[in-house]
Design a protein around this ligand. Structure first.
Ligand code: CO
Ligand code: CO
Length: 321
């Protein structure tokens, strides 16, 4: 959030990750071997089915802990709910969420709800990590390979679903992707010794890659043809009505630092598509990258190498081939 940049910088020797580097969560050291990770996310329904929405919201919130390399442990609900809507809908949302929390071995310990015009749901998650394992936007070094652990395209798919331009049955892969936890991916990248990591959400793959480039003081080269897409995302982005507004605000915000040499303007738009519960973007020394991709695939994570880290150069931050 841009408003965060106007807040005063906090200095505390135990605050390992604060708001300066646009990271996924705050990290605070409790002892030499233990730090607490804290994060919060909530949003309006992106799918009609309340159970699925709850599961996606939970997977998305948990992801900010996984992106830092941590283990989630406690969760708090944040609920906005209209007073004229049946509580069975809210029950289903929370049931979907608790299903994912259980999978993540995370305990729901409370929360807060208010009456509001529209539904919004999310969670604040608290997790733990060994301070030496913290993965952040900073840390990527020239020579690293970039690995992405989920396809992209959930923004255009969700808007097509909402408007009835895509049948639910054609979005099964995207829905399964959004409800999939980044747990296995996180564990594998920590064990493999990743240099930096973030998750792909609202700013799209290029927005979050940009945060890593800036946080690490490096430039990135991304091979657009290697980025996996969810089924129908490419067809859907061709229709203007399916393009979320955020896609264009992402592009406007980022474009001055991006050097695009690819020719496919539809694929280009998808690189700015806001993602919900997207995959991890991992920066790892290239000699360990294929080992990590193999390990991720064995764990059922559809990981691919999508680019590399290069030395910082003036005039651009990310080159898209
Ligand atoms: Co995040
Ligand atoms: Co977030």
């Amino acid at each position: 959030m841009q408003v965060l940049h106007r807040l005063p910088h906090i200095k505390d020797k135990d605050l390992l990750v604060g708001i300066e580097t646009a990271d996924d969560a705050g990290v605070y050291r409790l002892s030499e071997r233990l730090a607490v990770i804290s994060t919060l996310d909530f949003f309006p329904p992106i799918v009609d089915d309340p159970f699925t929405f709850g599961a996606i919201a939970a997977a998305n919130s948990l992801s900010d802990i996984y992106a830092m390399g941590g283990v989630p442990r406690l969760a708090l609900n944040i609920v906005c709910f209209p007073k004229d809507l049946g509580l069975d809908v809210l029950n289903e949302i929370i049931r979907g969420s608790m299903d994912k929390l259980k999978e993540a071995d995370t305990l729901l310990v409370g929360g807060h709800s208010i009456v509001d015009a529209g539904i919004k749901y999310g969670l604040s998650i608290t997790g733990f990590i060994n301070p030496k394992n913290v993965k952040a936007n900073k840390g990527a070094v020239p020579g690293d390979a970039l690995i992405l652990t989920k396809p992209i395209g959930t923004g255009v798919i969700a808007s097509a679903l909402k408007a009835g331009r895509l049948k639910q049955s054609k979005a099964v892969d995207a829905l399964a992707g959004m409800t999939a936890l980044n747990m296995a991916a996180s564990k594998a990248m920590v064990e493999a010794g990743a240099n930096a990591c973030t998750d792909i959400t609202g700013f799209g793959v290029l927005g979050h890659a940009m945060e890593m480039a800036r946080g690490s003081g490096v430039n990135l080269v991304i091979r657009s043809s290697d980025i996996p897409l969810y089924p129908f995302a490419y067809e859907l982005v061709k229709m203007n009505a399916n393009r979320p507004r955020t896609l264009f605000s992402n592009r406007d915000f980022l474009i001055k630092d991006i050097n695009i040499s690819m020719r496919d303007s539809d694929l280009e738009l998808l690189l700015f598509d806001p993602q919900t519960s997207g995959g991890l973007l991992i920066s790892i020394p290239s000699d360990r990258a294929s080992m990590l991709v193999r390990r991720l695939k064995r764990a059922g994570v559809p990981a691919t190498m999508i680019g590399r880290v290069v030395r910082k150069e003036k005039g651009w931050r990310i080159m898209v081939e």
